[in-house]
Design a protein around this ligand. Structure first.
Ligand code: ATP
Ligand code: ATP
Ligand code: MG
Ligand code: MG
Lengths: 254, 254
């Protein structure tokens, strides 16, 4: 049965979407069947996989409004299967506000799909609202991408508090898999200092190796496929491959 | 009477907070009295000005829950006056959901303060929720920071649609001042191509000059003051000074 992982950090622009797409591609290379789920009304993951979010029907919002089931929304991409999202999803906070058990929507919908995949990766929006709480309630573990800069570091304490709440209230077995250090700039001390402080302060494991900054990552979303699938060789793609192997417990043999 | 400007882009991590802090410092240098308002539950602006968000009382959330008026929350900093925020503000979406005229809260609260300042800058969170709608309803104009990368570019069309809605429904005179190109990397073509495409596609003015990437900006929040106030000389600080002059119609004489 699939392992469900939420990729979350309410700080914006830290590499959540890039991490989901890159890890999904790396896990596919290792022969795993992967479903990715876009839980961000921005639809960045949907767009990064080459789809035009506003032209899709149904999407995750149709599951929230009960017009469709999750399996009806699944799109196939050369790398992975995708549950897409678009801006309609911005209404989810209000749609779900008074619904009993609103935190368990994703967990319930994913239950029937767990036998069809090895990994489910959920891309969260930059907020701790109802969609991110749904992702944390549905997940077995959480991966926290952190840009190694002061402002991104601050949100981690808040996120860990929210994870504690979820573990206490809606998902007793939720674990933190660890931190992915994204957009790492090895040339400056700032990245190194922030990373060292982060790991010491929160006693969280660093997954694999830091992912180095490369403009190739910023260019990739325009062509609708991950750097890994394109065969682009930058230090960052190797780092994501190491992280994927570590997540599934495979021997790292790079 | 003060000009109210909302600094908004629902894409995360594009430099909204950095732009508010840097422009505020540049406007202060030009002799303007500036109030900045943190409308993001993350409290990044509050933190970047050297305060510890969780220790503050009252904050913007107390204005939302009617425990305090806006003027009660104002903190003085060597550069600017600040209306602070912390994570309590994450409850605003729910608190305001059924309140009549909920979009006009900030505009109403700011009305008494407009005679005390020349500029009010509002730092928005990475979402198009009720707090950002409040900022757009209270604002005279909107400044859109955009990181010159594909994923950040996508959100601009959505934001312009939301601005059109606000102009039609709650703030007839809202203008778009223009785009601030943040974290510009002059060494690669990607930044240049995305910027050129952005300006052509949306027919928006580019304010001043692109703000070049520098790790100094990522380091600044840790010391609680802007690069401009510290006297750090990087291309980015000069760009923010040019943008500030352009905003107030002053002769650019660098
Ligand atoms: N290793 C890297 N090197 C350089 N750029 C990167 C790297 N990883 C991601 N990026 C770029 O940084 C920007 C932010 O990344 P991304 O959109 O994945 O972050 P996010 O956390 O999902 O943002 P949001 O909070 O808006 O959902 C994107 O333009 C992306 O292409
Ligand atoms: N010109 C620049 N060069 C390099 N780094 C920068 C620059 N401007 C901002 N940064 C850094 O980039 C990161 C994102 O910037 P910032 O937090 O201001 O964006 P934001 O849009 O306010 O994010 P959020 O969506 O989370 O509110 C921060 O670590 C900031 O210090
Ligand atoms: Mg994202
Ligand atoms: Mg910010």
């Amino acid at each position: 049965t699939a392992i469900v992982r939420a990729i979350a950090n309410q700080k914006g622009g830290v590499g959540k979407t890039t991490t989901v797409q890159s890890l999904a591609a790396a896990l596919t290379e290792l022969g795993r069947a992967v479903l990715v789920l876009d839980a961000d009304p921005q639809g960045s993951l949907t767009f990064s996989l080459g789809f035009e979010p506003d032209e899709l029907d149904p999407t995750l919002n149709d599951v929230v409004t009960k017009r469709a089931s999750l399996v009806d929304t699944i799109l196939q991409h050369d790398e992975v299967d995708l549950v897409p999202a678009n801006i309609d999803l911005a209404g989810a906070e209000v749609t779900l506000l008074s619904r009993t058990g609103r935190e368990y929507l994703l967990r319930g919908e994913l239950a029937d799909l767990l036998d069809s995949y090895d990994d489910v990766l959920i891309d969260c929006s930059p907020s701790l609202g109802v969609l991110t709480i749904n992702a944390l309630t549905a997940a077995d573990d959480v991966i926290i991408p952190v840009q190694c800069e002061t402002l991104s570091h601050r949100g981690v304490a808040q996120l860990l508090e929210t994870i504690d709440d979820v573990r206490r209230l809606t998902n007793r077995s939720l674990r933190v898999a660890g931190i992915v250090a994204t957009m790492f700039d090895g040339r400056t001390n700032h990245s190194k200092e922030v990373l060292a402080d982060l790991l010491a302060r929160y006693e969280l494991p660093l997954l694999g190796a830091p992912v180095r900054k490369s403009v190739r990552f910023a260019e990739a979303p325009a062509v609708g496929t991950s750097l890994l699938a394109k065969g682009t060789r930058v230090p960052g793609t190797a780092a994501y491959r190491i992280i994927a192997r570590e997540l599934i417990g495979a021997e790292v043999s790079d």
